[in-house]
Structures are given as structure tokens and as C-alpha cells.
Design a protein around this ligand. Structure first.
Ligand code: SIN
Ligand code: CO
Length: 374
């Protein structure tokens, strides 16, 4: 695949400073001569699978309708005004994964997925905002984007998708294959297909603090440690037996206030949370796994790579993979952080692995999280 010129002569540092999370940017020929990596037929087939998230949006006779996948029927390509959206294509296809990984000047903790949309003439999903940053790469045909920085984000009532009630775009662009539009969160936009078209959305996730807080408290239930039990040796007779006494409240408050969380607790939570596979993702354990010794001998020759579906992150001496966390030594961390950043390790590096790392790699291989290079 051709390397992205991606930001059209702007360096990643300049792009982040000026545009990222702030304002839209059109990049003409981000990937010169770009050609679709997946055929229309292959995309339609993916939409029929139950391990792939997909949606069909139609706007026939001015009525918005949406159907969630797996889809057993797709409208005729000769019919106008419909869109098929397939989420997480990178989880199922090497070329899609490679395209997504070209955006690795941005952290994996933010990178979400590659969604592919296919539309017939006039197809689109209506004017809306998304809560995430997105790069919209035109893959085939032409899409007309109209965008605007409006404050009024009121949605139309009674429609099965999020459509802005009043859309007041201020700019319009026709994107051709290889062109890319970056949009920050909550920027109003509508893309309409001019003839048959395919658009790739590279989306970035940003968890809400509410979502993080709820998950963090759940995570902490496993680690809180509050010894002792309520005691009231000084109890005096009461004439108001239904009242919770101030003394009881004070004692319980003092005890519950002992629940503390450290930066380490937060780091472990965050790494596990951000590396947790989506509910639609499943791994296939290797059917007849090699023994540890055989695996390491082969890995030392061929190298290993992470499965497309694996999310591996690190922070300090903590390493996270698919929702699990490990505290590792400095030397092991040096090796594992290369695997996490590059998503591959060559044989030479593997030959230096400690027994702990060898066992971890073998375990991940057996679970289908990591593969031997061919
Ligand atoms: C599309 O590709 O059809 C929609 C993408 C978007 O507007 O977010
Ligand atoms: Co959008």
C-alpha cells in the first residue's frame, strides 16, 4: 500500500497543533492514486456476518429507515439513495488494518476503527454530528460534503437515526478518491454520494467521564479493603428508633472515606479498560498449539505479530493486552513495548526474551492474540 502523504505537506505536529480536535481540514490527495482495498461484493458479504457490525440506511420516498446487521438482503445497486455502513473492517481484513495503522502518529488508546460506507447515488446518512474525531477518506467515486460549525444540535424527532433538525452548512467540498476530510467532534456534516461511492471513516474514541467513572468504580470493588465492622459500645437509649443517628453516620463516613485510589489503581484501570476488546470481538484459540519450546524456536526464526484484533498498550512498568494487565521488569518492558508499538517482533528480538516473556508470548499465541509470522 502507498504510504500516506496523509496530511498534505503538513507535519503531524503542525496538524495536531492547528486542526486536531479543533477545526476541520480538507487534505487533497492524502493518498495519491488511492484505490479501494475491499470490493463492493466483499463489503456486502461482510455485512451478512454476525461477527461484523453493520447498518443499512435508506432514504426511499423521503423516509429515513435504518436496519442493523447482520443483513440478509441488500437493496439493488441500481436503486438510488441508500447506504451500507460496515464498522470495524480493520478487525477482519489485513489491508484495512494496515490502512488504520498508518494513523499511528496518534495514540492507539484513541484510535477506534475503520468503517467503510458504500452508497448509491444520492445516498448518505443525513446531516448529523459525531462525538468523535474522524478522518473521512474518499475511496471510490465522489462524495459531496457540506459542513458547518453550528451550535444548534437539536435532532429531528421520530427518525431512527440522529439527524439535525436545522442544518446550516457554511462550506462544501467534493471529495475524489484519495482526498480526505478531517472533522473534530460535534462538527455538523452531511456527505452525499454523487453516483456510486465508497468512503472510509477512521474514527477515534474518547470515552465520556461518566462512562469511565462508572467502570472505574466497578473495577475498584475488587480491590477495596475495609477491615472491621460497625460498633456502638457507647449506645444510649433512643426515643426515636427510626432515626439514623448522627453518630452512626459519622462513624460510617469516617470508614468509607478510607477508600482511596492511587494513580497506580487508575493506570491499571485505564489500561485494562482501553485494551478491552469490544463485545463483538472474539478470538479463536489455536487448535493444536505448539509447546512452549517449539513455539519459541519457531518464533525465534520467523518473528511474531499481534492479531489485528489485539489491543496492546503500556504505561510505566505496566503492560496491557486485551483487557488484562501485567507488571513487568524493565528489560521485559523494553521488549514488550516494541511489540506493542510496532505490533511485530522479529526473531532476533525474540531470542533475547526472558522466560516470563516467552511464557506470556506463548500464552497469547495459544489464545489467538498473537500469531507466528509466516
Ligand atoms: C458515511 O460515510 O456515509 C457517513 C460517515 C459520517 O458522516 O460520519
Ligand atoms: Co458523521
Amino acid at each position: 500500500m502507498k504510504k500516506l502523504t496523509l496530511l498534505g505537506g503538513v507535519t503531524p505536529a503542525q496538524f495536531l497543533k492547528e486542526f486536531w480536535h479543533k477545526k476541520p481540514c480538507v487534505i487533497r490527495q492524502a493518498i495519491p492514486g488511492f484505490a479501494p482495498i475491499i470490493s463492493r461484493e466483499a463489503l456486502f458479504e461482510m455485512a451478512g456476518r454476525d461477527d461484523v457490525e453493520s447498518r443499512l440506511v435508506t432514504h426511499f420516498r423521503q423516509k429515513w429507515e435504518m436496519q442493523s446487521g447482520p443483513l440478509d438482503a441488500i437493496p439493488a445497486i441500481t436503486k438510488r439513495d441508500w447506504t451500507l455502513l460496515v464498522q470495524g473492517v480493520n478487525l477482519h481484513d489485513d489491508a484495512a488494518d494496515a490502512l488504520l495503522r498508518q494513523f499511528n502518529f496518534l495514540p492507539d488508546a484513541r484510535l477506534d476503527d475503520l468503517m467503510i460506507s458504500y452508497a448509491t447515488d444520492a445516498g448518505g446518512v443525513g446531516p448529523h454530528v459525531d462525538s468523535y474525531d474522524v478522518f473521512l477518506l474518499q475511496a471510490q467515486g465522489t462524495r459531496r460534503w457540506r459542513i458547518g460549525a453550528q451550535q444548534d444540535l437539536t435532532l429531528q424527532a421520530g427518525v431512527p437515526l440522529k439527524i439535525l433538525q436545522r442544518f446550516a452548512p457554511s462550506e462544501e467540498f467534493d471529495l475524489e478518491p484519495g482526498d480526505m476530510l478531517y472533522l473534530p467532534p460535534n462538527y455538523a456534516h452531511e456527505g452525499v454520494a454523487i453516483g456510486e461511492c465508497m468512503t472510509y471513516s477512521i474514527g477515534f474514541r474518547a470515552p465520556s467521564y461518566q462512562e469511565l467513572g462508572e467502570s472505574f468504580l466497578q473495577f475498584m470493588t475488587d480491590s477495596i479493603d475495609l477491615p472491621g465492622q460497625y460498633a456502638d459500645a457507647e449506645l444510649a437509649p433512643t426515643t426515636r428508633p427510626a432515626e439514623i443517628s448522627a453518630a452512626m453516620l459519622a462513624q460510617v463516613s469516617a470508614e468509607l472515606n478510607k477508600v482511596q485510589f492511587t494513580r497506580d489503581d487508575i493506570a491499571i484501570f485505564l489500561g485494562e479498560y482501553l485494551s478491552e476488546p469490544k463485545s463483538s470481538v472474539s478470538f479463536e484459540p489455536v487448535k493444536r498449539p505448539l509447546t512452549l519450546d517449539k513455539f519459541m524456536a519457531l518464533a525465534g526464526k520467523r518473528g511474531v505479530r499481534l492479531s489485528r484484533k489485539t489491543q496492546m498498550l503500556y504505561r510505566g512498568e505496566l503492560v496491557f493486552i486485551n483487557g488484562e494487565s501485567f507488571a513487568v521488569s524493565r528489560a521485559d518492558k523494553a521488549l514488550l513495548s516494541v511489540l506493542a508499538d510496532q505490533r511485530t517482533l522479529d526473531g532476533e528480538a525474540i531470542a533475547t526474551a526472558s522466560l516470563d516473556v516467552a511464557e506470556a508470548l506463548h500464552d497469547w499465541y495459544r489464545q489467538g492474540w498473537l500469531l507466528l509470522e509466516k
